[in-house]
Design a protein around this ligand. Structure first.
Ligand code: UDP
Length: 245
């Protein structure tokens, strides 16, 4: 499979549909190729401009996918369109479907203990073919090597890391070298959504690309974080104007 990337403010996004990408990951699982996946939104791209250590972590990723309509729009602005969003939550669902069919092993890391327990319970109920390699909540001592060792010993095909940005990428970046196999993917607040503790936007809102607005209405405390969106748009447009000379 060939790799084509679209660069947005120095971050290389894989040019792929979600379906193609899932097939690619499945192929890597079968070949036991260790894989680090980042699902990046405009907030992550903007953060990478300000934090060289974070940027370096992104450099360790095998694939960075376009999480959020902002990235898809930015790609169109720079004249290298990406086919669609490839979001963490959607991929988590696709990967669980696959893992269910192929009886693969998944380790669940992140979220509060209650959300995690509910997530694991629902996975067991819905996907009887999945082997739950293990699980741990997202509030632990980062200096203790026991948890990464436990994950390694559980020999997972997939590790879902729901610690939120930028923690999940930092955690993977810090530990990936110590693992021999597995697809490691940061999935943000996906366990909260999967367990029903946070509602995702209704489909129509998603289709209209207004998921960000729905989240803002439901969780108004996020408004400050969203200020990054117009800034991101400005930086992308400015870059485009200057590159034209
Ligand atoms: N979370 C975690 N450990 C932490 C902080 C957060 O596991 O130290 C979890 C949190 O419980 C939630 C998810 O990470 O399930 C996403 O959190 P947040 O909404 O803060 O992140 P974002 O939406 O920015 O990815």
């Amino acid at each position: 499979m060939t790799n084509k990337f679209v660069h947005i403010l120095g971050v290389p996004f894989i040019d792929t549909t979600r379906k193609e990408f899932i097939t690619r990951l499945q192929d890597r699982i079968e070949k036991r190729e260790k894989t680090f996946v980042v699902t990046a939104n405009p907030e992550i791209v903007m953060h990478s401009l300000q934090d060289p250590a974070y940027k370096q972590i992104l450099g360790k990723a095998d694939y960075i996918t376009a999480d959020g309509i902002g990235i898809v729009k930015a790609a169109a602005i720079v004249g290298e369109p990406l086919p669609e969003r490839v979001s963490g939550y959607d991929m988590m669902l696709d990967l669980m479907e696959m893992a269910n069919q192929k009886r693969q092993r998944i380790f669940f890391l992140g979220a509060s203990e209650t959300v995690l327990q509910e997530t694991v319970r629902l996975v067991q109920e819905k996907y009887t073919g999945i082997h739950i390699a293990g699980h741990h909540n997202g509030f632990f001592d980062w200096t203790d090597p026991t948890l990464p060792q436990t994950i390694k010993n559980s020999e997972p095909d997939l590790v879902f890391i729901a610690l939120g940005f930028p923690r999940q990428e930092q955690w993977i970046g810090q530990h990936i070298d110590g693992f021999d196999q597995g697809v490691f993917i940061g999935v943000g607040g996906s366990f909260d959504v999967f367990s029903g503790n946070v509602k995702r936007a209704p489909e129509l809102w998603q289709k209209l690309n207004l998921e960000w607005f729905y989240r803002l209405v439901k969780q108004p405390s996020r408004w400050k974080r969203m200020l990054v969106l117009p800034k991101f748009a400005l930086v992308v447009i400015r870059g485009k104007v200057f590159s034209k000379g």
